[in-house]
Each structure stands twice: as C-alpha cells, then as structure tokens.
Write a protein that binds this ligand. Structure first.
Ligand code: CMC
Length: 441
C-alpha cells in the first residue's frame, strides 16, 4: 500500500476541545506534518464554537503548509527540501540552492545550466532605475534605498505582473533574484560616491556581486576566491528560514494578490528590524561599544536588567533553543576566512568568542536557552571582506530574496489560497453615545 493510501485508510485524527462552562465538546481535525509538530485545524473554530484562537506573536500558530524548509529548534537542525544546511554549505553552491528552494529538487546538469542562464541574463536594471538613486541623500541607510527601489521595479514590468500566470511568476522571480544584487551593490556605490558598476555576466553570481561592489572603472579588479567562497556560504545560510517575520510579511502581502516586486519590498522592510535581519549590523555595533572584554560583565548585566531595553544582539531565537546551526557553520569558518584575508588577531572576533563563552555559562542565558544566532558571526566576516555595517542587512536581504520568492510561489500555487486575515481580541470600549464637541468635558 502506498503512503498516500495508508494515510487515507487510517482513521482521521482529531483533537477534542471542551468548553468547561457548558461541557460541550468539539472534535477538531489534526493535520500531520512529515516531521515536527502536527497541527490542529482551527479553520472552522469560530463558526462552530464562537471562539477565536489568541496567539499574538504566532508562537503556536501554523499559518501555512510548506515543503521548503524545516527547522528543529530543540535539536538545532535546519533542512531545505530535506537536505541539511551543513551538506548544502559544504557541497553545493548558491545557484543550486536557489533552484532547490524554488523547484523542490536539486537540478540535473541541463536544468542547472538553464536556470543559471536565466539568473545571469536578468542582472541589469533599467537605466531609469539609476535616477531613483539620485533622490536619496548620500547618507541614506542602504536598506531605506532597497525598500524603495525594489518596490519601484514593479513600475517596469507591466507585461508580466499577472500573478495567476505561471510564466509571469517565473520571469518575475528570475528578475528579482538577478537584479537585487545589482541594486544592493548600487546602494553601496551610491553611499561611497563611486560610479555604479554594470554587472558582468561572465562572472558567477557571487563574483559578479563582489565585482559590482568593489571594482572601479579605473583599475582592473581581481576577485579573491576565498572571499567569494565565504560569501557564497553566507548567502546559502541566509537563503530561507521558513515562516519568520519577513517571510510571513511577504506571504501576507502576496495573499492580497500584490505583485511580487511589491511583496519582496515588504519583506525587505520587515527584515530591517533589529530583532530580525537588522541584528547583524547591531551585533558589530554592540561589539564596538563593549570594546574590551573587561566590560562584558557590565553589558551582560544590562542584557539581564528588565528595566533596560538593551539585549545581547546576536543571541536568542524564537525557534532555536539550541545552537543555531547557521552560527555553528560561520563560527567554524570565521578564523579561516580572517586568516586568508590577512586579518590577524581581529580584536572583535576575540571579543565575540569571549562574550559567547561567558554568556553560555551564565545561568540567565542557560535557563532561557539563549545561544548565538546566525547574526553573531556573520558581521565579523562581512567586515573583514570590506563591507560597512550598514550593508550587512542588505546582504541578508539579497540572500533571502530567493527564500521569499520560493515561499510566495508556493503560496500562490496552493489551490485554496485566500487572502490572509488574522482576527483580533477586541478589548476597547463596547459602544458609546456620541457627544457633540461643545458638550465634551
Ligand atoms: N538578550 C537578553 N535577553 C534575551 C535575549 C537577548 N538577546 N533574547 C531573549 N531574551 C530573554 C527575553 O527577555 C525573555 O526573558 P524573560 O523570559 O525573563 O521574559 C526570554 O529571553 C525569552 O525571549 P523572548 O523575548 O520570548 O524571545 P522571542 O522569541 O520573543 O525573541 C529574538 C527572539 C531573536 C527576537 C530575541 O532573542 C532577540 O531580540 N535577540 C536579539 C536580536 C537578534 O539577535 N535577532 C536575530 C535573530 S536570528 C536572525 C533572523 O532570523 O532574523
């Protein structure tokens, strides 16, 4: 008997809900996942019981079914389409991982070449896009520019914005993945007052990005293969992370039928926050502020003080209650990359290692299972590569674009996709008579 037939033959699983006041019971269907927790299907809860679920930060809420990414937070495991992140970072490359996320399987050789061709072909942005940049101050945060210019891309592709047309979806995804590195590099060049470098399609995805960031027209530019390899790993590690805040933002925006450029722009805005992708910039700024390991106890005390908003940036995660596997990969790489780049005795790395050691033996962090996350080590590597801190979250957005696109595509392809619309628990006034302005106290 096939797995599907076995599942169909098995008695439907239910979860019983009881109202203690009336004694009334409801049987709610249980939906199985492949691995990880099963879900209680509450879609008819309101209609049948008159109640809604209350879960403001979505701690226990499954908003979709997905086949893309699985995280086991207790075990510190991350898988894309069933492949471990360790295998993908060691054996694969970013183009292949992008294909895997979007289409479900690793590509064969012809599919790989074809996909690479599409992603390479679309790297240029319309010449008019260059003028968008002039509207921004030179000291604008590059994420502010990204929010604007990525959304602005919708204005250029009226011929392919029909989200119900699979070819339109496909070309929009290819354009987004191919053009975001170009836009990201342009934000960098704009800030430092250097000319934009047009993409070079003879280079790999990562090499081309490095070229657009660090080359200048006046001189030849030699790509450091160690830097390219390390950046490729960073991109793979950030490619997708299931239903985090920015991905959920993209899905919610996408559920309205908004075009993919607008949806990805919404993901970028959501990623920017310091609790999410903005943390990589904040980690480095925090390490600078701490300055010396003698000051670690002072900052740990602040992180534990509930009256102080300070948090130890790069620590903690909603899902990982064990070491973030992405941080483990980066930590292992950090020393090697810095050595290759000729950065000897990076004081910030020493400080980070000391901070990690002290925090991981502190009862506050141990009891709350607060471990370093991906952002803790990425900034140190990106800094050594020559990126300013303000670019860190842009690099995160660049890498995450494929994850957002894959999740958006998966959602649109769901036959029963409907607009997302959370409910609320209203706790305001229950109805008041209107009082004319001259009668109000
Ligand atoms: N420093 C000090 N205390 C912390 C920290 C931290 N970094 N993170 C969590 N806590 C405390 C928190 O105050 C709470 O304490 P208590 O139980 O006494 O109230 C407890 O740990 C549980 O934390 P939480 O606030 O319920 O956790 P959360 O799931 O709501 O938040 C988080 C997760 C990542 C937003 C949070 O840990 C944080 O703000 N970390 C720093 C920012 C950061 O590094 N973000 C990058 C996340 S990974 C990259 C990405 O996916 O974007």
């Amino acid at each position: 008997m096939t797995a599907e037939k076995k599942a169909a033959a098995a008695p439907a699983k239910t979860f019983t809900l009881k109202d203690d006041q009336s004694g009334k019971e409801w049987k709610l269907p249980v939906v199985d996942g492949t691995v990880g927790p099963n879900g209680i299907d509450v879609r008819k809860l309101l209609a049948e019981t008159g109640h809604i679920t209350f879960d403001p930060s979505f701690n226990s809420t499954g908003a979709c079914k997905s086949k893309i990414t699985f995280i086991d937070g207790d075990a510190g495991k991350l898988m894309h389409r069933g492949y471990s992140i360790e295998d993908l970072t060691q054996k694969s490359n970013f183009i292949e991982v992008m294909y895997l996320l979007l289409y479900g399987d690793l590509p064969n050789k012809p599919d790989y070449e074809e996909f690479k061709r599409h992603i390479t072909y679309h790297t240029m942005v319309h010449e008019q896009v260059h003028f968008f940049f002039r509207g921004f101050r030179r000291d604008a945060h590059p994420m502010a520019i990204m929010c604007g210019v990525v959304g602005g891309l919708s204005a250029f592709y009226h011929d392919s914005l029909d989200i119900n047309n699979p070819q339109h979806r496909e070309i929009s995804i290819h354009r987004l993945i191919a053009k975001i590195p170009t836009l990201a590099a342009m934000t960098f060049k704009y800030a430092i007052g250097q000319p934009f470098m047009y993409p070079r399609n003879d280079l790999s995805f990562v090499e081309n990005f490095l070229y657009m960031c660090f080359a200048v027209p006046a001189e030849p530019y030699k790509i450091n293969p160690v830097v390219a390899k390390a950046l490729e790993k960073i991109f793979i590690l950030h490619a997708d992370h299931e239903q985090n805040a920015s991905t959920s933002t993209v899905r919610l925006a996408g559920s309205t039928g908004a075009n993919p450029f607008a949806c990805i722009a919404s993901g970028i805005t959501s990623l920017w926050g310091p609790a999410h992708g903005g943390a990589n910039q904040e980690v480095l700024e925090m390490l600078h502020e701490i300055g010396h390991k003698d000051r670690i106890p002072e900052f740990l005390a602040r992180a534990k003080d509930k009256n102080d908003p300070f948090k130890l940036m790069g620590f903690g995660h909603r899902i990982y209650k064990n070491y973030d596997p992405r941080a483990a990969v980066l930590k292992a790489d950090c020393h090697a990359v810095l050595e290759e780049l000729g950065v000897k005795n990076e004081p910030l790395l020493d400080l980070a290692m000391e901070l990690e050691k002290i925090a991981l033996s502190d009862p506050y962090f141990v009891e709350r299972k607060l471990f370093p996350n991906v952002d803790f080590y990425s900034g140190i590597i990106l800094k050594a590569m020559g990126f300013p801190t303000s670019m860190f979250t842009v690099l995160f957005a660049l890498a995450r674009t494929v994850g957002w696109c894959a999740q958006w595509k998966e959602m649109i392809e769901e036959p029963d996709m409907r607009i997302g619309r959370p409910r609320q628990l209203y706790i305001g006034a229950a109805g008041r008579p209107y009082v004319a302005l001259d009668k109000r106290k």
